[in-house]
Design a protein around this ligand. Structure first.
Ligand SMILES: [Zn+2]
Ligand SMILES: [Zn+2]
Length: 79
């Protein structure tokens, strides 16, 4: 089964809400934190194969061959 691609906007919104509502941070501060969280998540979920650079979710069973058209990657490479 192929996992649906990750919704980074949703993660962003969730982190933002958390810091605004539960931590009572200012909007600027909460936005900054949300940006950092999403960036870090994207880095971790991006294949480091020089031919690839697609997301983890684009790989078969998340770790095998990349499913993006014409991509030659045959295994997700972690950083
Ligand atoms: Zn790829
Ligand atoms: Zn890859």
């Amino acid at each position: 089964m192929i996992e649906k691609s990750f919704d980074f906007n949703r993660l962003y919104g969730r982190v933002l809400r958390y810091y605004l509502q539960k931590k009572h941070y200012t909007k600027e501060k909460a936005n900054l934190i949300a940006q950092k969280v999403v960036q870090k998540e994207m880095m971790q979920k991006t294949c480091k194969n020089s031919k690839c650079h697609h997301l983890l979710y684009d790989h078969l069973r998340n770790y095998e061959s990349c499913l993006i058209d014409k991509c030659e990657c045959d295994g997700f490479v972690k950083s």
